[in-house]
Design a protein around this ligand. Sequence first.
Ligand code: GLU
Length: 424
Amino acid sequence: MIINFHERIHVDDKNICKLFMHEISELYTDMELAAEELELLAMPRRSFTVHFPVRMDSGKTRMFIGHRVQYNDARGPAKGGIRFHPDLTIDDVKDLAFLMVLKCAVANIPFGGSKGGVIVDPKQLSGNELELLTRSYVRAINNFIGPFKDIPAPDVFTGEKIMVWIMDEFERIKGEHVPAVVTGKPVELGGTKARNYSTALGGIYVLEEAMKKLNMGQEGARVAIQGFGNVGKNAARLFFERGYKVVAVSATGGGIIDQAGLDIQKVISHQESRGSLLDFAGAADITNQELLACDCDVLVPAALSDQIHNGNADNVKARIILELANAPTTIDADKIFFNKNIFVIPDVLANAGGVVVSYFEWSQNLNSSYWTEEEVLRNLKNIMVNSFNDVYAACSHEYCRMRRSAYRLAIKRVLEAERLRGNL
Ligand code: GLU
């Protein structure tokens, strides 16, 4: 099928980024984008799939499938995480890479956007198999990554350990040290202070700016968090430490609620010892759907994409949604929130703290000079607060629609870089 934005561009559907098709087709008329600008943004510059072997513990070899999409690098090297997930498709990776382009442009850091991943359920692999899989994926993509080409980072079900294997395998191939090839490393091996909680903290910085604009008090504000991985857990801890009332948290197996506020340190110990959030003393067990619909001031989706949709968006009672996950809200749900006057802080702004601190890590690696935690946090806060205010200031509607505004700002910046390079 040929898609056609009102007769303006003709691009084969299979090449186009789906998210682009939906979001930008609504935006392009008020941005007055030219056909050549639309076409340039509609397709990733490079997207590829690799098939690679891994010798499993059984002694038998299994083939795995990995993807990487480098969506746009006009503003700097492509930047984006690697996820390990059994349901990953190349179309998801394109969408997520496009979001990285927008995210880096909103934060105004000198990166383009990319994303990658392997189709695998990491929980089914032994530690040894996970290491061999990571190294084999790196051998398959090594010519296409590097500190000035494309820089991977953690994402869903990947973390520090996997980043070290990526760096180590890349360095073995190149025969030299190249710490800036990947971010999200442990501090002992060139990582930066605060990277592991930077996504959550960056989100809190922008939320607090939004609360000022909406005249909402922070002390005791009720927060519900969906997702208890690295981002959700750190967000819960930081909210708790800053005096918010975290009333509900959830993970894949369900969650817990206590309107009097959960003691998050105790919840974390409970979850680590039991392997589940359920049956926490004094709290009631809830499903993920109940969490999304619970009474709270701030709802924080911090799990996977498309969690809030046409079918459940109407139940949301929060006043603000802070999207710490990537693409947790479908376009239909976004419209429902707009009509209900719910203030959405979109993913490309809300969770940009992760890639902002990745930028600090990359630049510390290139300079071989390392910052204190205070320096990292001061610079993170600066960038997040400025980004929020840039996006907020660009809202032209009476009631601000932040996603539109963030996309508009990011696209303007990317197109300006393309123009300066002579591509437009
Ligand atoms: N995976 C994170 C994200 O989606 C971080 C990316 C990075 O640091 O490059 O923003």
